[in-house]
Write a new protein. Structure first.
Length: 78
């Protein structure tokens, strides 16, 4: 029986490419929601669900990033 691989070896560039592709797909799908041409209500619901899933995935990817904070001095944002 097949199992899922729980360890991934992705570089920072790989993650950037994945995020860019997700953003592009989300943008295209959101464009269909703004100006629905011939989509039926169930198609609109499916597109909306896909946009929400992509948005959630992008959020989870963002939350896993480790951002730089200097340790030698107090951190001042902005």
């Amino acid at each position: 029986m097949a199992r899922y691989n729980v360890n991934f070896e992705l570089s920072v560039e790989d993650m950037e490419l994945i995020e860019a592709a997700l953003r592009q797909t989300k943008s295209e799908l959101a464009g269909k929601l703004v100006a629905p041409a011939d989509e039926q209500p169930e198609q609109i619901d499916a597109i909306d669900h896909s946009v929400r899933r992509i948005h959630d995935l992008l959020g989870r990817l963002h939350n896993q990033k480790v951002f730089y904070r200097p340790r030698s001095q107090p951190y001042i944002s902005g």
